[in-house]
Write a protein of this length. Structure first.
Length: 119
């Protein structure tokens, strides 16, 4: 699987990769009637991607986090709905890195998880 951020290959191969297809509805005009019928005004279909990595050295995790440091960035990935690779403008949410250990003088971070959301 090929993943790119701003045209460059992603620094580290993820251990998990999940694409979620989101419908965004207009909050004001999407309503339910008294009999429960939904009147829906879908305004967009967006992608949200959950990605996690195995243990990464300090240098790898730093380079990976720097790839996603822009307010927005271009992300190239396989899209199940499009049936092929696409490029979408994304942003990243929180980036928890829960576990650090030091082995032979190298700090390793285990469990980095990110959520990328289409702009």
């Amino acid at each position: 699987m090929e993943l790119r951020i701003n045209g460059s290959p992603i620094v580290a191969r993820p251990s998990e990769f999940q694409v979620e297809i989101l419908d965004l509805d207009d909050a004001d005009s999407t309503t339910r009637t008294a009999d429960g019928t939904l009147n829906r005004d879908r305004v967009a279909v967006k992608r949200q991607i959950q990605i996690s990595w195995p243990a990464l050295s300090m240098s790898k995790i730093s380079a990976l986090l720097k790839q996603m440091s822009g307010v927005f960035f271009e992300f190239y990935f396989p899209d199940p709905m499009a049936g092929g690779y696409v490029t979408k403008t994304m942003y990243v949410g929180n980036r928890p890195t829960p576990m650090a250990i030091e082995k032979n003088g190298v700090v390793w971070w285990d469990g980095l998880k990110v959520t990328l959301t289409e702009k």
